[in-house]
Ligand binder design. Structure first.
Ligand code: KIV
Ligand code: ZN
Length: 518
């Protein structure tokens, strides 16, 4: 009989820790709505004790997501963190608290400088406290794959007796290999069933050695009932287990694993693209399932075989994961129905009638301007609109620019507007983009470091997509700015301004007063 595997998506917590993947509250909500369409069982929405912005995002997601989906958020094993999680998720349909505490020697000795027993006791107390708030509590034994087994088991036994209802075994540093990790899960599964068979066994893998998917599947084969994943495998360093790979491996090889998920597989591609667009982080072209080439067959022999019978070279079809073969090109004549169709196809929520009408009017202006509107244009339009509705209004707008380049002194003159006030400056630089960005930097007065700059052609070469990653001097957070225009200089300028606006939005979110209970 095929067992159901529960899927927790942690893109908004573990995934979002990636440099440059920072999303604002509106973007997180947009993504959580799409996770609901994908029918994940559980969403880890953030780490609310880390900032007021994160708290607010988790709270909005808990209030919004429905359909029986559980919402959780991460807490260290301390009262303050647990309170923040409880306050932010309590309005969810099925909330649960997720506590993490290390079990490896390196964590116990180096991170906490306490005895093993003292750390274990901290975990037990945290679970007992969390259980006074909610009936469901997940406990993660951080760095489990490098922990001494008997201490790991002693911790699991103690926290289960204290009331933990889900035990999560993380391969925090991506050190595990499939056979060994499977064996670890088999041993824990056997003991756990004897201890309390209502406790769910979960795994959480990282991809440092490229084995996150293999380790997770090996865990499923050996008794894991729940898996933690992210879309596109987004996550710190080499990332987390990729949700789409697990979903399709269980679908294509169900008879081998005797397991399945309840995911709506046709929503996979939409979810992947939405994430790419929101974070600005591209998926590697040959990435399994969601890469651009994942279903492309270029060799003549393969194409010939495919034309005779798809099964010759295809173990799954692009339609299974919701790849739409035809891109609908919109024009000013496309009505509301077509616009709404594209909007929903891209994973955006249409919103209230007023909101939709505002977006449709913006679409018509764009269609008048550009004549042909592609998916990526609609993406740009919608995410810009959603960003503004979630923002403070204290953002920069580009009024005009002039860039003159020659061998001696490329120079840029830029006019920006903020809160109704126009600002203008002229600077020279090593090249036209350096002059342009130097001028914008001077106008905003922000010490912004440019980490990465890219310009790509889009719309079959008719337009340019500018993309930057920036950081404020002496700070860790990395922000993405993107913009598209037929003029590459304008696309570059607007991308940099959008990046700066992302910094301002994030700062204003952080400055918002933390809600009571945090
Ligand atoms: O990688 C890890 O150990 C984690 C835990 C919080 C589950 O992300
Ligand atoms: Zn992790």
């Amino acid at each position: 009989m095929s067992r159901k595997i529960w899927v927790l998506d942690t893109t908004l917590r573990d995934g979002e820790q990636v440099p440059g993947a920072k999303l604002n509250v509106q973007q997180k909500l947009e993504f959580a709505r799409q996770l609901q369409q994908l029918h994940v069982d559980m969403i880890e929405a953030g780490f609310p004790a880390s900032s007021a912005g994160d708290f607010q995002a988790v709270q909005e997601i808990a209030r919004t997501v429905r359909g029986g989906i559980s919402v959780t958020a991460l807490a260290r094993a301390v009262k303050n963190d647990i309170d923040s999680v409880y306050e932010s998720i309590k309005l969810a349909e099925n909330p649960f608290i997720h506590i993490v505490l290390g079990t490896s020697n390196i964590h116990v000795e180096k991170k906490f400088s306490r005895s093993r027993d003292a750390v274990l006791e901290m975990g037990v107390e945290a679970v007992k406290y969390a259980r006074t708030l909610l009936p469901e509590v997940q406990y993660s034994t951080e760095d489990a794959s490098r922990s001494e087994f008997e201490y790991l088991w002693r911790t699991i036994e103690a926290v289960v007796k204290a009331g933990a209802t889900i035990i999560n075994i993380p391969d925090t540093v991506g050190y595990a290999v499939p056979e060994e990790f499977g064996e670890l899960i088999r041993k824990i599964h056997e003991r756990l069933k004897n201890l309390n068979d209502r406790v769910m066994l979960s795994v959480h893998c990282h991809n440092d050695l490229g084995m996150a998917t293999a380790n997770t599947l090996s865990a499923i084969k050996n008794g894991a009932e729940k898996v933690e994943c992210t879309i596109n495998g987004l996550g710190e360093r080499a990332g987390n287990t990729s949700l789409e790979e697990i979903a399709m491996a269980l679908k294509v090889r169900e008879s081998f694993y005797q397991s399945h998920t309840d995911l709506n597989l046709k929503e996979i591609m939409r979810t992947s693209r939405l994430l790419t667009y929101l974070t600005g982080l591209d998926v590697q072209v040959n990435k399994a399932i969601t890469g651009e080439n994942a279903f492309a067959h270029s060799s003549g022999i393969h194409q010939d075989g495919l034309l005779k019978n798809k099964e010759v070279y295809e173990i799954m079809s692009p339609e299974d994961v919701g790849v739409e073969s035809m891109e609908l090109v919109l024009t000013a004549r496309s009505g509301r129905h077509a616009f709404r169709h594209v909007m929903e196809k891209l994973g955006f929520y249409a919103g209230s009638t007023d909101e939709f009408e505002g977006l449709f009017a913006a679409f018509l202006r764009m269609a008048d301007d550009k004549k042909e509107v592609y998916d990526h244009d609609v993406f740009a339009l919608l995410s810009a609109a959603r960003k503004q509705s979630g923002g403070s209004g204290h953002l920069y707008e580009l009024e005009s620019l002039r860039v003159v380049t020659d061998d001696e002194a490329p120079t840029a003159t830029v006019k920006l507007k903020r809160e109704g006030v126009s600002l203008e400056d002229t600077r020279s630089g090593d090249g036209p983009i350096d002059a342009l960005y130097g001028t914008i930097r001077a106008l905003t007065g922000l010490e912004v470091e440019l980490l990465d700059y890219k310009i790509n052609s889009m719309s079959r070469g008719k337009e340019a997509l500018g993309r930057v990653h920036i950081r404020l001097k002496h700070q860790d957070n990395i922000y993405t700015g993107k913009a598209m225009d037929t003029d590459i200089i304008k696309a570059s300028a607007q991308a940099f301004i959008n990046g700066i606006n992302a910094v301002l939005l994030d700062t204003s979110e952080k400055e918002k007063k933390a809600p009571a209970g945090e």
